[in-house]
Design a protein around this ligand. Structure first.
Ligand SMILES: Nc1ncnc2c1ncn2[C@@H]1O[C@H](COP(=O)(O)OP(=O)(O)OP(=O)(O)O)[C@@H](O)[C@H]1O
Ligand SMILES: [Mg+2]
Length: 284
């Protein structure tokens, strides 16, 4: 559905290239994630694909056509939810959805059901200017999906949401995937990437350092560790130890000989640990 080749971009008036030659493809029905720290180029890449930024070099092929060659029909086929919700502040939630829905050829289906689903049905007649950040995020999410587009772009879809609402949004994303939608999301939370993405690209300073299934990245680059919880002087301590040469590990020997072990599990490296290994910096 999306095929990006040698994508490069520099913001006007900026001397640094924000995007330095990206290559990736996203298949139909795939949830693809950009995982990277602040300033990595996640939003810039999405804005280029959506057409909110122009003047790139390289190729962005989307639904079999170069991005530059698409006309306004493009916006019928995509849905976009960005981290700065783009809503009419003076209108209520319901008025926003009706008005924005009227811009599309395909009339939105089941706005009522979507409002219930994200827990906004009781607030539907409230003006958006009186909404909290999390409420705006949820409304903006409905706005992105209500015309049932084929490709969805979510920029930090769970930012500003409490765990319950974050779960609801993640569940809806997985349902969209199950209905064959193609989804490109960005995040700097490894949990979101692990839970939602079929494949993830690590992005840092405008470059991609790895693309694979989260599980493969963890197995390929991460070393399994042994996590030991033990009691020392009445306090519970946790130690993470490499499985390499464990029998010679003095910390492990000390725990075994002198302390009470409470739990012991082997663990794969986390996606964040693999990111640090490949990029030399943390996600946040
Ligand atoms: N309007 C702009 N003008 C000039 N430079 C910009 C502009 N927007 C972003 N940049 C720069 O482009 C680079 C990539 O920014 P981008 O917003 O794509 O990062 P991001 O990965 O989305 O970060 P975050 O996680 O903070 O949202 C950064 O170096 C940033 O400073
Ligand atoms: Mg961003």
């Amino acid at each position: 559905m999306i095929n990006v080749r040698n994508l490069q971009f520099t913001y006007p008036k900026s001397s640094n290239e924000a995007i330095k030659g990206l290559n990736f493809s996203i298949a139909k029905g795939e949830v693809f994630g950009f995982l990277g720290p602040s300033g990595a180029g996640k939003t810039t890449t999405q804005r280029l694909i959506i057409g909110l930024l122009r003047g790139y070099s390289g190729n962005i092929e989307i639904m079999n056509k170069e991005r530059r060659e698409w006309d306004y029909n493009f916006y019928e086929k995509i849905g976009v939810a960005f981290d700065f919700p783009n809503l009419y502040k003076k209108l209520t939630a319901e008025e926003n959805l009706k008005l924005i829905g009227s811009y599309y050829k395909t009339a939105p289906k089941d706005i009522e059901g979507l409002l219930i689903r994200v827990g906004l049905e009781g607030e539907r007649r409230k003006k958006v200017e009186d909404y909290s950040k999390g409420m705006k995020m949820r409304l903006n999410f409905i706005r992105a999906i209500m015309h049932d587009p084929e490709i969805l772009f979510f920029d930090e879809p769970t930012s500003g949401l409490d765990p319950v609402n974050a779960r609801i949004i993640k569940d809806i994303i997985l349902e969209l995937k199950n209905r064959g939608k193609t989804i490109f999301l960005t995040t700097h939370h490894m949990d979101v990437a692990e839970q939602l993405c079929d494949r993830v690209a690590f992005i840092n300073e405008g470059m991609i350092s790895a693309i694979d299934q989260p599980k493969n990245l963890m197995v390929q680059y991460g070393k399994p560790m042994l996590k030991v919880e033990y009691e020392k002087d009445g306090v519970v301590h946790t130690e993470k130890l490499s499985l390499d040469h464990l029998k010679d590990n003095l910390i492990f020997e000390d725990i075994l000989k002198n302390h009470q072990i409470l739990t012991m599990h082997s663990q794969e490296a986390t996606l964040e640990e693999v990111f640090i290994l490949l990029n030399g910096r943390a996600l946040i």
